[in-house]
Structure formats: C-alpha cells, structure tokens
Design a protein around this ligand. Structure first.
Ligand code: ATP
Length: 496
C-alpha cells in the first residue's frame, strides 16, 4: 500500500448504543484530496473523529499506509496524521508562534529532545503559508476567529504528516483566506503528495478543490465519486432537501450549485387532465387551477409566460379581420377571460372535433389537444408562392412536469416532427403542388408545463417526455385529420 494512502473499511460508530456513522467505506489515494459533504448532523465530524483516533469506532477499520490506526502509538500516529482542530482549548493563553510549535510535538524524540533547525523551519514555513507570521507574538485569545483558524491550520501543516484531516477548515475565513488556505493545501497534495480529507459545508468549494467527494446522508454514504458525479442537482436536492441549480464554474470544468429561493409548497394533487378541457362549438378551453409556463405561437399571448387559460376559438371559414390580435383580445375580454392569464389561438376547423389524449405517465400525463383543418395544406419543403389562405392545425402539449426552456423548445421540435409525420401517414396533399403536405399555412403550437412534479431536462425524441409528445401529437393529429375529412364528407353528402 502507498505511503499516505488511507483506507476506511465498514466504519461504524457514534456516542451511544445507536451508531451515528454506519458502515462507511472508502479509499483516498496518496496525494489526492477527498471532500466530505452532507447536511448538518449527517455524521461528517463523527467520521473524521473516528479517522483521527479521537473517537473509538464500534466496528470497522481505518488504515493509513497499510496499517490499522489502532496499531500506532499516539506519537507515531501524529507523525502520520495531522488533524484540525487540535489542542485548541489549551492554546488560548499562548502566542500564535507557540501554538504552531505544538505541531512539532510528534517529531520530538528521545529523552532530552531539543528544538531543531528542522522544527523551526517547518514552523516558519507553515506560518508563512497561512499568512500568520505577522501575528507571531500575538496571543491567540486576542485574534479574530479567522486569524485563529489560520494559526491552527499552520499548526497542522507544521506537523508535516503525510495525511491531513480537516474539519471545516474555511470556518470563519473570508473569501481571500479561504482561497489562500485551500490553494495551499491543494498545492501540498499535488506537489508534495499530501493526502487530504476535509469536511466541507460549502459544496462549491469542495467541488472546486477536491479530486473526489463523499456525500453523507444520515450516517451513511449517499454518493462517492468525482465532483461531476456527486455535485448533481438531484442528488444535492435529495440529500440536502434544498432547491438547487447545478452549472459549470466559469473558468474551470467543475460543477457548482446555486440555491434557488424558497417556492410556495407544491400541491402535487394539481394534475392537468383531459377532463379539465371543455369543448364546445365556440372554443376549446383549458382552465388550469395553477399557472403554467407556456411557450407558443398563439394569436394572443404568444411567446413565453405564465398562463392559466388556454383557448382555441372557432372563427368560421369566412372570418376576416385586419388585426386578428386586437379582434381576439376584444372577444376574450367580452367572453370574460382574464387577459393577462390567457393564451388564445383561432381556427376555422370545428372545435367540437378537437382530439384530446393523455400520454406518458398515467399519474401525471402529457395531455395533447389538436384541432385540424387541412383544406389549405402546404408542403413547406418547396417554398411555393401561393395566396395566403388560412388553414390551421392547432396543437397544444400540456406537460405535468418541470421543464427548463431548453426542454420547452425541444418539445416544440418533437411536436412539429410528429405533426408532419401525421400529414404523411394520412396522405394529406398540398393542393397546389400535389406533394405530401408538412402542415398548413397558419399552424400554431403551444407547449405548457405545470413546472412541478416530474423533472424533464429534455424533450427530444430520445427522452421519455419526447416519446410521449411524439406519439401523442402524431395520434391526435392523425385522428383530427380523419375527423376533419369525415365532417367534410358528411357536409358534401348533405349538400348534394
Ligand atoms: N459528543 C457527542 N455526543 C453525542 N452525540 C453527538 C456528539 N457529537 C455529535 N453527536 C450527534 O451525532 C450526530 C452527527 O453529528 P456530527 O457532528 O458528526 O454531524 P456533522 O455532519 O458533522 O454535522 P454539522 O454539519 O452540523 O457539523 C448528530 O445527531 C449529533 O447530535
């Protein structure tokens, strides 16, 4: 086993009958840094205390350089392992210099051990590294919390042990001194092969400086791996019960998290279903009890925003206006829809023929609603000049889930691809070119998400959400086209 390598096997222990740390195992390669993360009370300090020999483990072993720590004498152990905090209570009436010299105790050998040049050099170097040389003769009790912390770290560094165990080393330190301390420790690991295990409260500092991270949850290992593997939004949210967003550090490829402010407690009962849609000759209406994040190309309320009312209004084949937006606004107002909370589309197709279906997870489905009038179908690939006739397929995709903007946009792509495929399968032709149409001239699309419950980071066709949207839009569009054609055939029969 490598000098300085640390191996923890099945370590269990605590302060009474019920262990606080349960069956924790991991290894730390010499010259690397392991960060221990976890919520308050998850057992981080207890684990470190057992590794430091300050607390007897109930079972399991800690090996350093291939030897169990139980086999080391107190002094021999201190030559192998430096621990912070250490001897803090005793050192308050001492100067910074005297405190740091205590780090040399394990190197004092023989009956008449003296203070050597090597001891003095180690102390000076450690004090310089921690920037506390100027406080050499200041008594610890007259120093600030951060200054004291740096003195204690200097003491641990002066010990020149191959393994350094730190409990919250950046406690009390301002950002410049956090950086100085962690840069120093990091350099000792990389350049001098120091093995470091450190408890962190700050996930971002741990991610930035450590090679590997150990995430504790209620006394057990919730995750161990590289920062990329451990600093994961979902793992963080689950273990810390905090809302976070994970992203990359701007200069180094290490993940960092940002806290998201508290949200109103979610009522997970609020699921939008097919039954929430009302369909009449005049319009299709979805009245959502909660605001949904919607992105659409609607006539009214287009773009992105939070909305509760979704309207697809029948305007009849002879509808004509110079300003559809204003006309729609007036109609919505007169009909009693709250304008700031409403997105509205229009169609000449019969809204009674709207096809509504539920797809994906039954407890939180993806609800698709399509109306199709394909009299003026268009093959978009040809770019043919033509008179602008309204012909409209209006598509809504309602997701019971949480979607970032990226997924909302991917959902629109997936829905558009599925619509084009439905046109092909139903063999809808562009009357001008005779080729298979891809849509109609004034199609509109809306995708809305409740932004609660299931998280869907993406909505491309490779994802479960993309599959539900693709299948849903395809099936509903194909059925809407068939209903349109049946109605048209009935109408032609009647008028003959
Ligand atoms: N000396 C002690 N005697 C009895 N119980 C203790 C003692 N120290 C800690 N505990 C208990 O052990 C559990 C784990 O504490 P520990 O200090 O290891 O957690 P931690 O993860 O370091 O927490 P924090 O982030 O708050 O520092 C806690 O429930 C705590 O109350």
């Amino acid at each position: 086993m490598q000098f300085g390598m640390l191996r923890v096997k099945e370590l269990t222990g605590g302060y009474g009958a019920a262990p606080v740390v349960r069956s924790v195992s991991f290894e730390v390669e010499a010259g690397t840094m392991l960060g221990i993360l976890g919520p308050n009370g998850s057992g981080k300090s207890t684990l470190l205390k057992m590794m430091s020999g300050l607390l007897q483990a109930d079972s399991g072993t800690v090996e350093i350089g291939g030897r169990s720590i139980a086999e080391y004498s107190r002094k021999a152990f201190a030559r192998q392992v430096a621990v912070l905090p250490q001897l803090q209570a005793d050192t308050f009436s001492q100067t910074a210099y005297q405190t740091v010299t205590l780090g040399r105790y394990p190197h004092q050998t023989g009956l008449f051990a003296g203070w050597s040049d090597a001891d003095e050099r180690a102390v000076q170097k450690a004090m310089d590294r921690m920037g506390v040389t100027e406080y050499r003769d200041t008594e610890i009790e007259f120093m600030s919390g951060g200054e004291r912390q740096r003195v204690f770290v200097a003491q641990a560094l002066a010990q020149e042990a191959p393994v350094l165990l730190l409990d919250e080393p950046t406690n009390h330190l301002d950002i410049a001194h956090q950086q100085q301390l962690l840069d120093t420790v990091r350099r000792q690991a990389t350049e001098n092969g120091l093995t470091v295990v450190s408890v962190f409260h700050d996930v971002n500092l741990a991610s930035l400086y450590c090679d590997r991270l150990l995430l504790m949850d209620r006394g057990e290992v919730a995750a161990i791996g590289t920062p990329d593997e451990v600093v994961d939004e979902r793992k963080m949210e689950r273990v810390y019960a905090a809302r976070v967003r994970a992203g990359m550090h701007p200069e180094v490829p290490k993940p960092q998290i940002t806290l998201l402010p508290a949200k109103e407690p979610e009522d997970r009962q609020e699921v939008i279903r097919k039954a929430d849609f009302s369909v009449s000759r005049e319009y299709v209406h979805l009245n959502s009890r909660i605001p949904m994040m919607a992105v659409s190309s609607a006539v009214f309320g287009a773009g992105a925003g939070w909305y509760r009312h979704f309207v697809n209004r029948n305007v009849g084949a002879d509808y004509s206006t110079d300003d559809a937006g204003t006309e729609m606004r007036d109609w919505l107002y007169e009909t009693g829809f709250p304008l700031t909370q409403t997105v509205a589309m229009m169609t000449a197709a019969m809204t009674e023929d709207a096809v509504i279906g539920e797809y994906g997870p039954p407890d939180a489905p993806i609800v698709v609603c399509v109306t199709a009038g394909v009299g003026n179908a268009v093959d978009a690939s040809l770019g043919t000049d033509r008179d602008a006739y309204a012909g409209t397929i209006n598509t809504w995709v309602i997701v019971n889930g949480h979607l970032p903007e990226e997924a909302l946009i991917q959902g629109m792509i997936t829905a558009t691809e599925a619509k084009a495929k439905a046109m092909q399968t139903e063999h809808v032709l562009d009357p001008l070119t005779g080729t298979v149409a891809t849509g109609t001239s004034t199609d509109s699309l809306l995708i809305a998400a409740t932004q609660r419950g299931n998280r869907y980071p993406y909505a491309g066709t490779a994802t479960e959400l993309g599959k539900a949207i693709g299948r849903g839009v395809f099936e509903c569009t194909a059925e809407a086209i068939r209903r349109y054609r049946n109605r048209k055939a009935d109408f032609e029969r009647e008028s003959r």
